[in-house]
Design a binder for this molecule. Structure first.
Ligand SMILES: [Zn+2]
Length: 93
C-alpha cells in the first residue's frame, strides 16, 4: 500500500495511518494474500500448469489489481488456448 485509502497520506508502515488513524491491518493482510497468489501463479506458470496459474492470478486480482497478475493471467490463458489449438492439430484423424 502506497497511500492511505481514506486520506491519501503516504503509508509509512504500521497498522494505522499516521495521519488519520484509520486501521489498515486488514488491508495490509489482503495485499499480502494477493501477493502470495501472484507468486503462486508465477510458480505454476513456470511449472507449465497454465490452468492453476490462471486461477491463482484470478484469485490475486479478485483481491487487488496488480499489473504482474494481469500479465500472468492473460499469458496463462494465451498458453492454454495455444496448447488446446496444437493438441487438436495432433488429434486423431
Ligand atoms: Zn489516512
Amino acid at each position: 500500500m502506497e497511500r492511505c485509502p481514506n486520506c491519501r497520506a503516504r503509508y509509512r508502515g504500521g497498522s494505522e495511518c499516521h495521519r488519520c488513524g484509520m486501521a489498515l491491518s486488514q488491508l495490509i493482510e489482503i495485499e499480502a494474500q494477493a501477493e502470495r497468489w501472484e507468486r503462486y501463479a508465477a510458480r505454476q506458470l513456470l511449472l507449465g500448469n497454465t490452468t492453476a496459474a490462471a486461477d491463482a492470478a484470478r484469485r490475486c486480482l479478485d483481491l487487488q489489481w496488480r499489473p504482474l497478475a494481469v500479465l500472468l493471467h492473460d499469458f496463462s490463458h494465451t498458453l492454454k488456448s495455444h496448447r488446446r489449438a496444437s493438441s487438436s492439430d495432433d488429434g486423431e484423424g
